[in-house]
Write a protein of this length. Structure first.
Length: 351
């Protein structure tokens, strides 16, 4: 078992300085009255420790909204490979760690996406505990406890943080001489407070659903009238997908010079909620209406990857709910309606 440590809160600035010695540190920063964003920080006072969900999840560091894949010039094609700088991403909550774990699996599944993998290998993830608000349902999706995906994880135990490491890099950092005088070995009292925190957090969730019959529910409730109501109100704005820690669909865009001699091929985030996403030659659209696209998205998030990977691609962060201008993308409310309908009652995915 890896050693566990205690970081008194008054030592956090020194801890941050040590992290900065590894590379540029990014952390949640308050950017408006109610929004937070991961940004580069220099001082501890810039970090919004209270932030629950940032506007965009940390996937943006490894899979940016827009990037050049290849360029061409005078008949030559050049693969564009950025040389990434080392980044420390601080303040990643359990749902976002789970989201990055899902992105790692998808992007590293052969053939690996070299652009993503290169950036990911040049990073350290420092997780941070949180308390759920009225939109969090990571408990229902089984992503509420940080089991993997971090290098170091900090649990807030009031006057300090309980520190765990999970990777060779994280352990080397915590065990290194640079931490002398900053960290203490965790004592029994710290361990007790750590356990109390996670019990208190478990009891703090106010919303959720039973996750064991999502496939059966979606199959049996495919024609439930709630879908038409949601489809009628959906604006097809696509807000719900860029904010999702596990949405990764993209479009390829060629940007040519006016002469046509040079240009580049770019990868841009796309959204399955856009009208043209499933449009093909002959003007045929596999998912022509908002209701078709919404149902597709729910199925993808709630059980679409069960067979291929054995996990669900919703981590319960609540970003889609808070980002929907129509107030309809409330997964918990929709699943509750579907599960409480007569057809889904008492069914499980195993039966
Ligand atoms: S579907 Fe919504 S709640 Fe689930 S991970 Fe994506 S943004 Fe978060
Ligand atoms: S954010 Fe809401 S309105 Fe926009 S596409 Fe998603 S469900 Fe529809």
């Amino acid at each position: 078992m890896q050693p566990v440590y205690f970081l008194p809160k008054e030592n956090f600035p020194a801890f941050l300085e040590a992290l900065k010695g590894l590379g540029r540190v990014y952390a949640p920063v308050k950017v408006s009255k109610q929004s937070y964003s991961f940004k580069a920080v220099e001082k501890a006072s810039e970090i919004a420790f209270e932030a629950l969900r940032t506007i965009l999840p940390p996937k943006k560091f490894f899979y940016p909204p827009s990037e050049t894949l290849i360029s061409y010039d005078d008949g030559r094609i050049l693969e564009y490979q950025e040389v990434p700088e080392f980044k420390v991403i601080f303040g990643v909550h359990p749902c976002d760690l789970a989201g990055l774990g899902i992105m790692d699996t998808i992007f590293e599944d052969g053939p690996a996406d070299s652009h993503y993998v290169r950036r990911r290998r040049m990073s350290m993830l420092v997780g941070l505990s949180c308390m759920p608000d009225k939109h969090c349902f990571c408990q229902s999706m089984g992503t509420d406890c940080p089991e993997k995906g971090y290098d170091i994880f900090l649990t807030d135990i009031e006057d300090g943080y309980f520190l765990q490491s999970q990777s060779t890099m994280g352990s080397a950092f915590l065990d290194g001489s640079g931490m002398n005088g900053i960290l203490e070995r965790a004592r029994e009292a710290h361990k007790d407070r750590y356990k109390e925190f996670w019990i208190r957090r478990k009891d703090a969730f106010s919303i959720g659903f039973a996750p064991d019959n999502l496939r059966a529910t979606m199959d049996m409730e495919w024609d439930n009238p709630v879908w038409d109501e949601l489809g009628n109100r959906c604006l097809s704005c696509g807000n719900c997908t860029p904010v999702c820690p596990t949405c990764y669909c993209f479009d390829l865009v060629d940007v040519a010079s006016l002469s046509g001699d040079s240009g580049e091929r770019r990868r841009e985030w796309d959204s399955c909620q856009f009208t043209g996403f499933a449009q093909v030659a002959g003007d045929f659209n596999f998912r022509p209406g908002p209701v078709d696209r919404l149902k597709f998205w729910y199925r993808h998030k709630l059980h679409g990857f069960d067979d291929a990977y054995g996990f669900k691609t919703c981590v319960g962060c609540g970003r889609c709910t808070v980002s929907c201008p129509s107030g309809i993308d409330d997964i918990v409310a929709v699943v509750n309606i579907l599960q409480n309908s007569k057809k889904a009652e008492g069914k499980s995915d195993a039966t």
